[in-house]
Design a protein around this ligand. Structure first.
Ligand code: GAR
Length: 217
């Protein structure tokens, strides 16, 4: 099995990055994490990546100011140097230009802390609580030029409790994120996912019937 070469782009603590690194340690995992790249110097995830034996580099976005494409060209150089096949965004908090997205069309995935297409953008847990939704969750999707949109690969859901705060709800969603991101990467890297008319189809597993009702009666 030739493993797909993966770069993870981060801006912060990198807990999803750590979940991907951990999953990719399994001998039969179809991808290897070869690079972690941060746009923020000193991002917490850089140190944990190095501690896990993964090369971790910073390409700071700040010096490029408003020239987003110049920043992305610097990132692209690093990715090409290492023959990267797939890019995983994991809490990477920079808007990407259509140019960069096009370079990685069908090969770049992102995790978002909401059940897309609900709650694109920021403060997803606050907004879900303000709306009183009873089920919330996270989504892994292919990246397209529109922010927090693109073919959905995997979603995971949690029940919302009456006494939840954004932090308590966010913590439960994060646990789900750490499960669905490795699953989505495994499915994409092993070629199980086809995209047909903007919709992902899983060519291997079939869904098991499960129902989540919230609140339970
Ligand atoms: C995660 O919750 C991720 O879903 C979110 O940032 C957090 C990063 O945490 N991403 C977005 O909001 C992107 N729109 P992490 O650095 O611990 O993985």
């Amino acid at each position: 099995m030739t493993k797909r070469r993966v770069a993870i782009l981060i801006s912060g603590r990198g807990s999803n990055m750590a979940a991907l690194i951990q999953a990719a340690r399994a001998p039969n995992f179809p991808a290897e994490i070869v690079l972690v790249m941060s746009n923020i110097a000193g991002a917490g995830g850089l140190e944990s990546a190095r501690a896990a034996g993964i090369e971790a580099v910073t390409v700071e976005s700040k010096p490029f100011g408003k020239d987003r494409e110049a920043f992305e060209r610097a990132m692209q150089d690093e990715l090409l140097k290492r023959n990267i096949d797939l890019v995983c965004l994991a809490g990477f908090l920079r808007l990407l230009t259509p140019w960069f997205v096009q370079q990685w069309d069908g090969r770049m995935i992102n995790i978002h802390p909401a059940l897309l297409p609900s709650y694109r953008g920021l403060h997803t847990h606050e907004r879900a609580l303000a709306d009183g939704v009873k089920i919330h969750g996270a989504t892994v999707h292919f990246v397209i030029p529109d922010v927090d949109a693109g073919p959905i690969i995997v979603q995971g859901a949690v029940t919302v409790h009456d006494n939840d705060t954004p932090d308590s709800l966010g913590a439960r969603v994060l646990q789900i994120e750490h499960r669905i991101y490795p699953q989505a990467l495994r499915m994409v890297a092993s070629g199980q996912i086809s995209i047909d008319g903007g919709i992902c189809k899983n060519t291997v597993t079939t869904a098991t019937e499960k129902t989540l009702i919230s609140p339970a009666s």
